[in-house]
Design a protein around this ligand. Sequence first.
Ligand SMILES: [Zn+2]
Length: 165
Amino acid sequence: MSVTFSALVAPIAFVNVCADGEERIPVRHETYPQARAALPAHTQTCGQEDCAVYGVYPHPVYPEGTPEEVNVSNANARYLLGLLGLDTEDLCGTLPGADLARLVLRALNRGFDDTGMGASAPLREAGRAQFIDCGRPAGYGRARLEELQQLALWASTNDKEITWG
Ligand SMILES: [Zn+2]
């Protein structure tokens, strides 16, 4: 489970990327339904077994210059949202880029304990999924906040919102 912070930017096209991440058929479709309609033709022509077995899905194409998303685990999202003074229960939300930039700057300037925490022993109960907490390295908070700052500053400059969930 993870949380992705990204700029709310409308895709300019959709492309069907092979299951292994390669873009073998670089046909750009105007809309998501058009890209979905082209999926059967994709699996017949690309020749990749993975596409037939695992499926192919349309990927959005964003305008050039759109910044990379920031993806973190749920636990780390809760930690970062807490540093920003935002709600840590729902792990989803939207803010104007300028507002998020202000919150990030305030958190970086205020400072916080960024010494990290060690991994805990795997937790497993019979018949249930195993939970593994990998901990958090020292400096993690500042590094992720700096990534969020780049994203928020771009959104602020381009009058966009940042969404996470
Ligand atoms: Zn394919």
